[in-house]
Ligand binder design. Sequence first.
Ligand SMILES: [Zn+2]
Length: 67
Amino acid sequence: MAKTCFFCTAEKDEQAPVCPACGRDTAVPGPLAAEHQALLQKRDRLRAELVEAKARLASRRRKSANA
Ligand SMILES: [Zn+2]
């Protein structure tokens, strides 16, 4: 029987532990998957902030090196 992957919503075999479309572990229960998804979003946000902070730091370093 087909089931949808909660990550990418692709149809997958119910027995398959890993989604063939996105390669994620689909054996985890729904609530955990939702939590996982929220954590991934948080991680992406933090990563973006880190990139921004690094860029600010780099430009500040460049300015002080030229001074
Ligand atoms: Zn998937």
